[in-house]
Design a protein around this ligand. Structure first.
Ligand code: NIG
Ligand code: FE
Length: 412
């Protein structure tokens, strides 16, 4: 396949030469004016001023001309979603807005358990279709890598069904899905035995199937009063680590504690963190565990945001994801949520963009995407605007004109 020169762009933001950890001023954003990019197959070959690239690669190169104004950036990575679910929780949402709390609704038989029942009723094909529909909504926002958790099956067979549905959806969508097993979302109400017996069974029976069928290499656990505590979860995480899985944790959503366990186990990420206090902030800051803020859950529940500013100032790696799920975060709009978090927590554009590109890639243990430089996947978005600042200014309502994934135009 011939090389392609894409451009010229009014502004090209490669998001390179930026540290993985800590605060970022907008002065750290390299902006290539009248920029261009050379791609071949699925990867980036070169990035720089358009005219210079034209001279360097002429005459054989195929040109893909872009009408100005145009801003080009890496496409986005949503590193935390629960989009493999059946049913809907509009009733929970209404009850919550009428005064009931998330925990009260869960204890009264709503919450995660009601989604489990609807998800169990869906066939693998139906569940795959739900995933694809939601993936398509994310693609329009310029998201080309999407983490998708199970966790509404909560039995060996139903968790396997969910992860097979994600695998089936992967074959029919033009973006990368990163599956994660969240069998440790809560102890299912119909399980005869305590939390430890449930988790032991999952580790013994489900983990080998995940590995044999190549369904996922990632294990997530919800550490919370309504889910699993530290004593229950440690043997489960130890077993996951021994079997070679990456660990990610739903941590400190309502009560602090989970982030410390995430760091203890060398988790790739600790997500939520709305209730993290100084101790958790310091632990995350000193680690390589990515701190993932989920403003969609704060907006969906009407709760506090994760202390994103403090985390960055102390040196943590901050990513931002949608947490798209039927209960706490039904919106599924990454840039809307990231730019709202930016106004609440005072995040620079550089911090917002890095949190949904290369820092989110790190939360998924992926080093081949999230920046525009030679050797990275050619995953990028083109906006019809002359200034990158308009992207957060418009708070998610300015959508990309073109979305490219692995060197292919997948949405326009
Ligand atoms: O990330 N916190 C736990 N899990 C989800 C909510 C799932 C649900 O309410 O269905 C979350 O917010
Ligand atoms: Fe979540």
């Amino acid at each position: 396949m011939a090389k392609k020169l894409i451009g010229p762009f009014t502004q090209l933001l490669p998001l390179t030469n930026m540290p993985l950890h800590g605060a970022l001023a907008d002065s750290s954003l390299e902006i290539i004016e009248n920029g261009g990019m050379v791609i071949e197959h699925n990867c980036i070959v070169d990035v720089g001023p358009y005219v210079a690239l034209q001279e360097k690669y002429s005459p054989t190169i195929t040109r893909v001309e872009i009408n100005k104004p145009a801003v080009c950036m890496p496409s986005y990575i949503d590193c935390h979603t629960h989009i493999a679910f059946g049913g809907n929780r509009a009733q929970d949402f209404a009850l919550r807005n009428a005064g009931a709390t998330y925990l009260e609704i869960a204890e009264a038989g709503g919450g995660i358990w009601s989604t489990v029942q609807h998800t169990r009723e869906a066939s693998t094909e139906e569940l795959a279709a739900y995933v694809m529909e939601r993936v398509n909504a994310l693609i329009k926002q310029g998201i080309t890598t999407i983490e998708v958790k199970s966790g509404y099956g909560l039995s060996v067979d139903q968790e396997v069904k969910t992860l097979r549905a994600i695998q089936q959806a992967q074959k029919q969508v033009p973006v990368d899905l990163v599956p994660t097993c969240l069998a440790a979302h809560m102890k299912p109400r119909d399980f005869d035995g305590d939390a430890t017996v449930y988790l032991d069974k999952m580790a013994a029976e489900l983990f080998p199937i995940l590995l044999n069928e190549n369904l996922t290499n990632r294990i997530d656990a919800f550490i919370e009063k309504s889910a699993f505590n530290a004593i229950e979860i440690r043997p489960y995480l130890r077993s996951a680590k021994e079997q070679g899985f990456d660990i990610t944790i739903h941590a400190d959503q309502f009560t602090a504690g989970g982030a410390a366990i995430a760091v203890e186990f060398g988790a790739v990420s600790a997500d939520h963190l709305e209730a993290s206090a100084e101790n958790e902030i310091q632990m995350l800051a000193k680690s390589d565990t990515v701190a993932v803020a989920l403003p969609g859950a704060s907006l969906g529940l009407g709760c506090a945001y994760a202390p994103a500013r403090r985390l960055l100032d102390e040196g943590a790696i901050l990513a931002i994801a949608t947490d798209w799920n039927p209960g706490s975060a039904p919106m599924g709009q990454l840039m809307v949520q990231a730019s709202i978090l930016a106004t609440a927590e005072k995040l620079s554009n550089a911090e917002v963009f890095s949190a949904i590109t290369f820092r989110a890639a790190s939360a998924l243990n992926l080093s081949d995407r999230g920046q525009l430089k030679r050797g990275q996947l050619a995953d990028f978005n083109i906006y019809t605007t002359s200034n990158y600042q308009n992207i957060t200014y418009r708070q998610g309502t300015l959508l990309p004109q073109q979305v490219w994934k692995s060197g292919k135009l997948i949405y326009t």
